[in-house]
Design a protein around this ligand. Sequence first.
Ligand code: GLP
Length: 266
Amino acid sequence: MYDQMDAVSVKPPVSPVATGLERSKKPTMSHPSFARGLHWLKLPDAEAVAQQATHIVAEQLAHKPNASLVFPTGSTPLGMYAQLRQRNDINWEKSRLFQLDEYVRPDFEGPLPYQTFAEFMQNELWRFVGGQKFYMAQYFECPAAYEALVTKDNGPDLVILGIGKNGHIAFNEPGSQPDSPSRIVDLAPLTRISNFADPSQPGLPTQAITLGLKAILSARHILMLATGTGKQGIVATAFDPNTAPDINCPASWLKQHPHVTLLTDF
Ligand code: GLP
């Protein structure tokens, strides 16, 4: 279960806007708060989000060199990866590094018309750092075996997430149960539209393997990054302290977690 000893400091290296480290809106008497352990840092810009996220990763590894960390793809974490690549004071050697999700490769000969998430992770971070890297493409036949590796030692130490405009986390699309296992999923039409310039192009994936909500929620610390006004509405919905978590917005289950840090530039 959750181990306070493994939690790292989230002291910001930069000053958050206005009141600084904020908890979500105070619940009123008539509305119970569903946000248990949320620390929401509202930062001035995407650069500050990247800086704070980098700080949290560095603190995690300084505190526990053999930590297990799960990394996302997407445009949001690019600034964090750029900063992590510059840091030569972080010792990654004993760390265990996991992917959050990966496209299932369709039957397709020749070069892929898309970037795999393994390539993304290699290019953005993993080829620059030490540590043991785990690639999800090796687990298409047995997602449960991947989940067992991630959740070894009572869950990962740090899971880093972005958020989809429909509230998805990893590829847990709306409708995903909070105890959903790691599994192969069909990509939602909206996700294919968001992720591919031309979703009708032949050879693009229709399925993905994703870490399930159960494994994500077993993390000792969850770090969510959300930047840009396009994410403001879904973040407000997901972390509304006055509404119960809902399967229609998978990110809303994070409200039930004891240790979530949310970094936004809004
Ligand atoms: C993808 C990934 C998610 C990611 C989300 C948002 O589909 N499966 O892990 O968080 O999209 O991506 P972006 O940061 O580009 O908005």
